[in-house]
Design a protein around this ligand. Sequence first.
Ligand code: SAM
Length: 285
Amino acid sequence: MSIAEILERSKKPPLFERSRANIWDDPHISQQMLQAHIHPEWDAASRKHSFVDASVHWLHESILPEASDILDLGCGPGLYCQRLARLGHQLTGVDMSPTSIAYGKKQAEAAGLNIQYQLSNYLQLDLEAAFNAALLIYCDFGALTDDERHRLAANVFQALRPGGIWVLDVWTPRFRSPDELPKTWGVEQYGFWSGQPHLYLSETFHYPQCDVYLDQTTVFTEDEASTVYRVWERMFTKETLLSFLQPAGFVIKEWFGDVAGAPVTPDGVSLAVVAEKPLTRTVSK
Ligand SMILES: C[S@@+](CC[C@H](N)C(=O)[O-])C[C@H]1O[C@@H](n2cnc3c(N)ncnc32)[C@H](O)[C@@H]1O
């Protein structure tokens, strides 16, 4: 591969241009992600399990109606689904990772829990008034493009019954800084990015117009192949988050600092919101 090609593969793309490959459903990387989800001490693909426990406790005690029908979007291997099912809620978990869904199904079966796991893309959901709560946890809203955010908000609104709630969290501008845009590389026999000998080049880009970061990694393997992985991450204020929730018809019930019920603080790195599908729809102009 020529230097010109490497430069081409590694350049800053236009805002929200997706890579063809995706970390969540790549056969090798999704196995690494599963290990990250289920490691109790890692804040990686899922938050530390002590946080997940606190979050489920808060959701169950303070936010969710008793015995709710819950749609967990981007459920991963089911850390939230399992815990909430044990507390008497009915869970449907949707995720695009075959590895995570297979693991979640096996775990639920072993534990005798009746959880409906669906391997699908939540941007293509077409469910009608079937749930009284939806979750999108660990700041996944920020990984979408703006168009996808509008589509997802409309899908979730349609999937909820009137009076149903959507709980989601996002990062705030305090989470990342445009002064820290790392460039890293590595050569490995076997590693996170590939199961075969490879070189990877990673670079972070910032898009100041909407406070979006891109973590882009290009992986080169011996067969001269190269694969680009892009992970987008938007930072939100209350106003920018509202600009996606309100047009879909949601009204805000309450703001929090995270999905374990922390209060909102000016220097908080995350925001969580409980948004409601009103009993009667008001059309926003
Ligand atoms: C950061 S992880 C969070 C997992 C889980 N919510 C938790 O906190 O343990 C994001 C999850 O969303 C899934 N995901 C990302 N985009 C998706 C999409 N468009 N449709 C379905 N699942 C998606 C990924 O496969 C991954 O399991």
